[in-house]
Structures are given as C-alpha cells and as structure tokens.
Design a protein around this ligand. Structure first.
Ligand code: SIN
Length: 290
C-alpha cells in the first residue's frame, strides 16, 4: 500500500495527491498506482513540490520520453527538456513564453505525434491579498464526446482535421502583441500542419475523446471552408462547456500533470504585470492519434 493520499475532484476530471515527494526515490509499484489514478482523472496536482529543473526532468521521465518544445528560445538553457512560462523580463529579455495558453488547446497537437502528457510546476504564483491569480482551466475531452448528440457523433464519423502551429502563430501575434508577426517564409521554420482524427481513442482508457481546439484546429479535412468553419465553432463551444471543466487555482509548489488526449486547457491572464508568474514545464512524447 502506498503511503500517499489521493482526493478525486467533484467533476469528471481533477484530483489531488498529498504526501508524495516527486523528488524522492519512488518504487515502480507506487509510480504505477499514481499513473493509474492519473489516467482515471486526466489532470492531477501534487502539492508542495520543491523541485530543481533536474528533479522535474527526472520525475517527468518516469512517464515516458521527454519532448522539448519547438521554440528553442523558451527552453531552460541548462535543461532544454524544460520550457519556461512566465511574464517576467530579465535584462530586457523575456525569460520564457509570455503568451502560452492564451487559447484553448491540447499540447503539441500540431505535431504528427502530439504530447502524451504535460507537467507544469509553479515556481512563482501571482498573488495579492491572499488571492492567487492565473488559474488554468481544463476541459474533459471524453466527457465532451459522450455528451455529443448521436447525430453529431455520426456526422463526425472518421473525419479528420488540420492542427496547425503556423495558423496559431500570427493570430496570437496580432491579438496579444507579444510575439512578432511572421511572413509565410519565416513560418516555414515551424512544423507543417498535422492531420488528426476529430474523435480519437484514448490509448490507455479506450474512451473516445473530442480532439479539436480553438488554438490550433484550422479546418476539417476535405470539407468546404464555410461548412468547416461553422462546424468547428460549434465543436469548440461544446468542448468547453462548464460541466466538463476543472479550474486549477495555483499554489506555490503545485506540480500539475495533465493528459493531452483527455483534456484541453487554457490559462487565465487576470493579473497585472507587476505580479510575477513563473512556471517550469515538461512534455512527454505520445504516439500518432487514432
Ligand atoms: C500552457 O498552455 O501550457 C500554459 C498553461 C498555464 O500557463 O497556465
């Protein structure tokens, strides 16, 4: 029997581990128990983690092979498997991504083999008067699929959609003004679109998951543009209905782990620039969605 406590949340996703030290040696049996609970709840938090970058890398690697981000400039220079997410500027330079999580998305869905899961560790949380800001919201993809009307499930069938890093880039650049607008030629340094099933099967739980997101899903393969745009807008709105959503209110030292097939997520930018937010993140490789 493992000596940690696990408290599942109220909704379809979310749960809290207490009494786990992610930096300490852990038996395979204990890790397997943790992994089972994680896949059952899709997003879980380990409280009170004091982790160096190397310790975060070591714990993340228990879940699989690490997958560095496509943007080298937001990697931790001493540990390239780690991406920094922060609103902090040092010596006139942003120390990490300042606009990650602006749109609902599933991590690295724009690659042929998107991330299986992501770990995000809170090093600094924006706080004022005892209130923590900068929550992250997660929406359950199996719950969203299950709730689709039967006619929609039949309509989606085996359809596929393009997930596009390049489509995201200039929308984000123009909307938030943090990254530069790039020419078509400059965008070619980033991955080509990945075509994935709109309804994918979870490789561990076998559940069907709605796999489209406003951040990256640009068009339904083989469908006229107007029809594709209208259907995608409907699916984006459906996927994030409040009954599918868990909202994580961060505490210093939280290590959150989420399943990128089973959830999509979005950060909340509700804090002023003088309140610092600094997170370190690792992603774990996944397989081709089916
Ligand atoms: C992300 O989208 O990975 C960032 C989430 C966050 O900063 O809350």
């Amino acid at each position: 029997m493992a000596d940690f406590e696990f408290r599942p949340g109220d909704g379809p996703i979310g749960g809290e581990f207490l009494g786990v030290d992610a930096a300490a040696p852990m038996s395979d049996a204990t890790f397997a128990e943790i992994e089972d609970l994680f896949y059952d709840r899709s997003v879980v938090v380990f409280r009170d983690q004091d982790l160096t970058p190397q310790q975060l890398v070591a714990f993340s690697a228990r879940f699989g092979t690490l997958q560095p981000n496509v943007r080298a400039e937001i990697q931790n220079p001493d540990a390239p498997e780690i991406t920094l997410i922060s609103n902090i500027t040092e010596n006139g330079k942003a120390i990490g991504s300042r606009d990650a999580g602006r749109y609902w998305h599933s991590d690295l869905c724009y690659l042929g083999e998107p991330s299986k899961l992501t770990l995000l560790h809170a090093l600094e949380v924006p706080e004022r008067d005892g209130v923590a800001y900068g929550d992250t919201r997660f929406a359950s993809a199996p719950a969203a699929y299950d709730a689709l009307p039967d006619e929609m499930k039949a309509r989606l069938g085996e359809s596929k959609a393009a997930n596009s890093y390049r489509y995201m880039w200039n929308r984000k650049a123009r909307e938030f003004g943090v990254r530069p607008v790039l020419s078509d030629e400059e965008l070619k340094q980033y991955p080509e679109d990945a075509i994935h099933p709109i309804v994918r099967t979870h490789p561990v739980t076998g559940r069907k998951c709605l796999y489209v997101c406003e951040g990256y899903t640009s068009r339904i393969d083989g469908m006229p543009e107007a029809e594709s745009d209208a259907l995608l807008q409907d699916l984006f709105a459906h996927a994030i209905k409040p009954e599918f959503v868990y909202r994580h209110n961060w505490r210093l030292g939280d290590l959150l782990v989420w399943d990128n097939c089973a959830v999509q997520h979005k950060a909340t930018f509700d804090y002023p620039p003088e309140l610092r937010r600094r997170m370190q993140r690792c992603a774990v490789e996944g397989a081709v969605p089916f």
